[in-house]
Design a protein around this ligand. Structure first.
Ligand SMILES: [Zn+2]
Length: 331
């Protein structure tokens, strides 16, 4: 075999063993552990050790996939050193695991996704070739990096989603609005919330709000907002006819920062999109944080200002409802 052919065969073999490590990572994910898998391959190409991440199940902070796989191989070999072995792991090893692999005298380490936060093979640290070690690991990273990294991202996305309370919009009536009286939404907003039924009755009497929505998180009232139809809406140069307004999106301060506002906004956008082509709102000129959040959602500055409120001039932001899917925030 010439060098090109042998390196191609080597790359194919690396991918085969990495695929096996990735399958073991799935075992970790099934058990609720961070999905990392590892295999130890002897010089003759036989698999002599397997492991997946299991510190939670084992009550063992050292039970990383690499450690589990190396222990498995060493036991099977009845040896404490594995000088012909290659370890395949789906994530760049941490300092503890690099230390264990050096102790085991493993010849080569092949990893999938790089770990810039805690990786010790060049990601955060470069311990594999450290001068103080009397053994140098040969390291090859980035084998099936996309598949390995995607598996981890999918796991963390699912875990974040599971830890967040379910958010539900409730169309309020005078009968069901009383649960929202205690929602603490911050300075200057007390009247809006503490008297939600009265506010709503006034809105309906004046034909102002199309609907007042309560925001529930985890089954509890945590916020309010109103959808305002175009007829009695705010007047400003260039305003559109088929445009609804979002008013008073307020989240109880004890429930802020948990993605509740974003999901409530997603819900009201879906409701508005059934009847309108645009959703607009006003933000205080000095409220950079709120403005940035709405812009991330896809709202754009119309260039017009609203002068009708007690808070002084407000910036008008608009979201085109027919393109909501393009900004990735569609429901
Ligand atoms: Zn580790």
């Amino acid at each position: 075999m010439n060098d090109d052919a042998s390196s191609e065969a080597g790359a194919a073999a690396d991918e085969g063993f990495m695929a096996r490590a990735l399958a073991l990572a799935e075992r970790a994910a099934e058990a609720g552990e961070v999905p990392v898998g590892a295999v130890v391959v002897a010089g003759d190409g036989s698999v002599i050790g397997e492991g997946w991440n299991r510190p939670i199940a084992d009550h063992d902070p050292t039970a990383h996939a690499e450690i589990v796989a190396v222990r498995d191989a060493a036991r099977r070999r009845a040896a404490y050193r594995l000088p012909d072995a290659t370890l395949y792991v789906t994530l760049e090893p941490c300092p503890m695991c690099v230390g264990a692999l050096v102790h085991a005298r493993v010849r080569r380490v092949v990893f999938g996704a790089a770990d810039p936060k805690t990786g010790a093979c060049g990601g955060a640290l470069a311990l594999h070739g450290h001068a103080s070690h009397n053994h140098r690991l040969q390291v090859d990273g980035g084998v099936m990096a996309d598949a390995c990294g995607e598996r981890l991202q999918r796991f963390f996305r699912a875990r974040r989603a599971a830890s967040r309370p379910a958010v539900r919009l409730v169309r309020l009536t005078p009968e069901n609005a009383h649960g929202y009286e205690g929602v603490a939404v911050g300075e200057g907003q007390g009247a809006f919330v503490s008297d939600a039924p009265t506010l709503m009755r006034r809105h309906f009497r004046e034909g102002y709000a199309e609907a007042l929505y309560g925001i529930e998180a985890g089954g509890r009232p945590v916020g309010l907002m109103a959808l305002v139809p175009p007829v009695q809406g705010v007047d400003y140069p260039g305003r559109r006819g088929d445009e609804a307004w979002l008013e008073g999106l307020r989240i109880d301060r004890r429930h802020q920062g948990r993605g509740v506002a974003t999901r409530a906004l997603r819900g009201i956008v879906a409701i508005a999109a059934r009847r309108y082509r645009w959703l607009s709102l006003t933000v205080n000129l000095r409220n950079d944080k709120a403005e940035a959040a709405y812009r991330r959602f896809g709202f754009r500055d119309t260039g017009a200002l609203y002068h009708g409120g007690p808070a002084g001039p407000q910036r008008i932001l608009t979201l085109p409802l027919d393109t909501e899917d393009e900004n990735g925030e569609g429901t």
